[in-house]
Write a protein that binds this ligand. Structure first.
Ligand code: SF4
Length: 60
């Protein structure tokens, strides 16, 4: 399972609350862009994908 960002699902107009949900600090956000994933840190736990109301973070 690998986390993917679905940019078109993210309105990119707010501070991403999922960044603070990640237990390992794998998500970062520049300005109001969609968050970026550090795959060296991500453990594919799914917390961010369960949290994002826009389904912009998807574990595949
Ligand atoms: S799947 Fe888990 S570890 Fe990976 S970015 Fe999302 S919250 Fe962080």
């Amino acid at each position: 399972m690998k986390l993917e960002i679905i940019n078109e699902n993210c309105p990119q107009n707010h501070k991403c609350p999922a960044v603070n949900v990640c237990p390992v600090g794998a998500l970062t956000q520049k300005d109001f862009n969609a968050p970026e994933i550090n795959y060296d840190k991500c453990i594919s736990c799914g917390k961010c994908s369960n949290f994002c109301p826009k389904s912009a973070l998807v574990l595949k």
